[in-house]
Ligand binder design. Structure first.
Ligand code: AMP
Ligand code: ZN
Ligand code: FE
Ligand code: FE
Length: 281
């Protein structure tokens, strides 16, 4: 089984890279991508934990914003971690998330709810990318809500009055940088409509022009009609079709390996990287 989209404690997942690698081996996964939000910090630990039977695809899920203001996620896989401009872009996003979190907290405080930055940082593992899930966990701890899910549906969703965005590159820039770094770019869950506005046809056209390699189609946030539309799009533009769990440990209901990528599609995707960068034990 091939699962090309997972998170660890280096972003908003709840399993360490070591735990994730062990679970992947136990679940019969043979190819696992680690794609923390705007970070490659989990790669080393995951590499050290590898054992025969599991290959690691180094990656990151890059938070992007389109020209028309839609939040989209681009999965960068198999890129060179020494590409300075790509690394600087990820770092800028991570840094910007701190001021952004302070602004969200201020808005929540103004509504009379007591929560502080230190409550949120308590929920964050060392070196992890800060995100709304950590604020959700702090709100659960304070007893404001019962779960991450409830925090998102009542307070932290993209259309909430508390919502503040952070610096994000355009998806076109993210794709260009991933490609310059020799990697491959896959648009993550492009039709996940329950999270807010989704990508327009214009943006789809422009990210395909920018060099998009694949579309994540089999994902729990897509319904059968959305999958059909995406399959048609992928076929018309000869894009790789992927499936993945977007596993977050206990942070979300998604089960490791619940959606997977077909081996032929994976082979096609891997062949588009400029070098073999899959890591084995
Ligand atoms: P941020 O990166 O701070 O904008 O937070 C977005 C992240 O929150 C997404 O990438 C998901 O990992 C997570 N998320 C979004 N909706 C939910 C939800 N309903 N329950 C748990 N996590 C969520
Ligand atoms: Zn996440
Ligand atoms: Fe995502
Ligand atoms: Fe994700």
């Amino acid at each position: 089984m091939i699962d090309l989209h997972t998170h660890t404690t280096f972003s908003d997942g709840t399993d360490t890279p070591t735990e994730l690698v062990n679970k992947a081996l136990a679940s019969g996964i043979s190819v696992l991508a680690i794609t923390d939000h705007d970070s490659i910090s989990g790669w080393n630990e995951a590499t050290a934990a590898l054992r025969p039977g599991l290959s690691l695809v180094p990656g990151a899920e890059i938070s992007c914003q389109t020209a028309d203001g839609v939040s989209v996620h681009v999965l960068g896989l198999l890129f060179d971690p020494n590409h300075q401009e790509l690394m600087n872009t990820l770092e800028k996003t991570r840094d910007n998330r701190i001021g952004r979190m302070e602004k969200i907290i201020t808005r929540i405080n103004e509504a009379g709810i007591d929560i502080s930055m230190s409550d949120v940082l308590e929920q964050l593992s060392e070196g992890a990318t800060l995100g709304r899930p950590h604020l959700a966990d702090a709100l659960v701890k304070k007893g404001v809500v019962a779960s991450r899910d409830e925090a998102f549906s009542k307070m932290l969703h993209n259309n909430s009055k508390y919502y503040v965005s952070h610096y994000s590159p355009s998806p076109e820039l993210a794709i260009e940088l991933i490609k310059q770094a020799g990697g491959v770019a896959v648009i993550a869950h492009p039709m996940a409509s329950h999270r807010g506005r989704v990508i327009s046809d214009e943006t789809f056209g422009s990210i395909i022009n920018a060099g998009l390699d694949g579309i994540e189609i089999d994902h729990r946030d897509h319904n059968p009609d959305e999958k059909k539309a995406l399959i048609n799009l992928a076929k018309s533009f000869d894009l790789v079709m992927t499936g993945a769990s977007d596993y977050h440990g206990n942070g979300k209901l998604n089960i490791l390996g619940e959606y997977t990528t077909n081996p032929e599609q994976w082979e096609k995707l891997e062949s588009k990287a400029n070098k073999r960068r899959v890591i084995t034990a």
